[in-house]
Design a protein around this ligand. Structure first.
Ligand code: FRU
Length: 541
């Protein structure tokens, strides 16, 4: 009896211990859950951009399939909704009425047996050349790359092929074409990112895609059957442009030279790695396209050989950008968006709920300079409509470091700043954004070596990658003007710098421990005058 009783006591005691442990374990899991929720909530407040597009949840990379139709701008994007790192690619979708405020839509394209849905483009088939539209319907056709993981794992060569899908409800829902793929792999491992546009002069669709170390041009009358026209780019031995890695995400479009009737063709090619400041970046070529071949302009080709500085952005975080397929400004300019990250660290940046944002939409112009042509970029005018509180100061004499404005006046994590220095000479200056934690982001111009720069070495959380902030990013100043002006777009985790009327652009991301609160300017030169500073709050949701 005694033993039974003592056994019972022991059993009861053990049960209590187990239950206490379970309780503790439960509390431990609860605590972890709460801690995780708090981290995600603070990430949301600290890092979710105020006005740059991010998906609500999941991974995002390249912009895809951008077009404009019936009052809406459409942006699709490489997306993995079930994870925060690159994975099985879908096309996510967002729409906007002004290219500034974007609203996320249901996913447009899902991966299937033929593969992941890689980058591509979309066109409005006004004349129903594809025959997908019934009476009175204008079909939208998307062309994308199927990337087949089974073939990749088996180390096959024909991993990538081109396919199409059509939408009869203005880009919201899509049906994949039963005759896919429309272009089979020709024996090239990297064969992707088709960019289609309508060629008015030759009355056909032209498509350019990236094929390892070159681009290939195709033509079609109906978007279903495609004929190879030519290629451009050469190989690793006979380099045209930069070949630090494979070529990706090309684009081809005509554009008038600003202020003239002359029209030139622009060919974009992203390359990864090989960018001017490391990792991913997008180079461009200027020339002519006769409906079959792209030939580089002679002066451009010489300028390129002498000095390869034809990049659409010199910052580390603007990749795989392309233009809206059917959109031109009243002066014939094109509209562009890029992915604001870099393959060097895109999968590691310190956000968990979502990863990556897009640049603001930018208008592209072509300018004739002394030796050749050059592209220039401006944030789209539509952003101006969101300008709220304004701070303007002229004729600021700077001696050493001087605070200019703080977030009490204007929220510096949603701001557009313009500045002007009438006479830069060989002076140097740096703007500094900082917080009480001691995090700082500095950017400006070094007159001694004639470089613009961004330095994010002390900008907060940088340790997730060895190459995120180990070097300053530099861009040679092209303009020889006495006057130096610029526009700066600030968000919680990004800066976009447009120097000298957009002829040099630098875009970078950063992750401060608390928001940046103050903007200052510093110079070591005597007689330095900041002739104009205008700071506008951007009230974009
Ligand atoms: C560019 C890229 C494309 C490809 C896509 C895959 O960033 O590598 O070439 O289609 O991303 O997500």
């Amino acid at each position: 009896m005694k033993t039974i009783k003592s056994n019972f006591v022991i059993a009861l005691a053990s049960l209590c211990i187990i239950m206490a442990c379970k309780e503790k374990e439960h509390n431990g899991t609860e605590d972890l859950k709460v801690e995780k929720e708090n981290t995600l909530a603070s990430e949301e407040i600290l890092y979710r951009p105020n006005y740059h597009f991010t998906p609500k949840v999941g991974w995002m990379n390249d912009p895809n399939g951008m077009f404009h139709y019936n009052g809406y701008y459409h942006l699709y994007y490489q997306h993995y909704p079930d994870g925060n790192k690159w994975g099985p690619m879908h096309w996510g979708h967002a729409i906007s009425t002004d290219m500034v405020e974007w609203k996320e839509q249901p996913i447009a394209l899902y991966p299937d047996d033929m593969g992941y849905i890689f980058s591509g483009s979309a066109v409005v088939d006004l004349d129903n050349t594809s025959g997908f539209g019934a009476e009175g319907q204008v079909p939208i056709i998307a062309m994308f790359t199927y990337h087949n993981m089974e073939i990749e794992k088996a180390e096959g060569i024909d991993v990538e092929s081109q396919a199409i899908a059509y939408s009869l409800d203005e880009g919201l829902t899509w049906t994949k074409y039963s005759g896919n793929p429309v272009i089979k792999n020709p024996g090239i491992r990297d064969f992707r990112d088709p960019k289609v546009s309508w060629n008015k002069e030759h009355k056909k669709w032209i498509m350019v895609l990236a094929a390892h170390d070159k681009v290939m041009f195709y033509g079609s009358k109906d978007l279903k059957s495609w004929e190879l026209l030519s290629d451009f780019g050469g190989d690793f031995n006979k380099e045209i442009g930069t070949h630090g890695g494979v070529w990706e995400c090309p684009d081809l479009f005509p554009i008038p030279v600003k202020g003239t009737d002359e029209v030139k063709w622009v060919l974009y090619v992203s390359v990864n790695p090989g960018g001017p400041n490391g990792g991913s970046a997008t180079q461009y070529f200027i020339g002519d396209f006769d409906g079959t071949n792209f030939t580089m302009d002679k002066n451009f080709s010489t300028a390129l050989e002498n000095n390869h500085d034809y990049w659409i952005d010199f910052g580390k975080d603007n990749y795989a950008g392309v233009t809206f397929s059917n959109l031109t400004s009243k002066d014939g300019g094109k509209f562009y968006m890029g992915w604001m990250s870099n393959w060097e660290y895109a999968n590691e940046v310190p956000t968990e709920t979502w990863r990556s944002a897009m640049t603001v939409a930018r208008e592209i112009k072509l300018i004739k300079d002394t030796d050749s042509y050059r592209l220039a970029f401006d944030p789209v005018d539509e952003i101006d409509a969101y300008k709220g509180a304004k701070y303007k100061k002229e004729n600021i004499t700077v001696d050493g470091e001087q605070a200019l404005i703080s977030s009490e006046k204007i929220d510096l994590s949603r701001a557009a700043i313009s500045f002007n220095i009438d006479d830069i000479r060989s002076h140097s200056f740096r703007f500094k954004l900082y917080n009480k934690e001691g995090d700082e982001l500095s950017f400006g111009y070094n007159g001694t070596d004639n470089n613009f720069f961004i330095d994010r070495n002390k900008s907060g959380r940088t340790g997730f990658s060895d190459t995120f902030s180990n070097k300053k990013s530099l861009a040679k100043r092209i303009s020889g003007n006495d006057n130096l002006s610029g526009t700066i777009l600030l968000d919680k985790t990004s800066i976009e710098l447009f120097f000298d009327e957009g002829s040099t652009v630098m875009t970078e991301i950063f992750f401060p421990n608390t928001p940046f609160e103050t903007l200052s300017i510093e110079t070591l030169n005597q007689d330095f005058v900041l002739d104009l500073l205008e700071v506008n709050q951007l009230n974009i949701n």
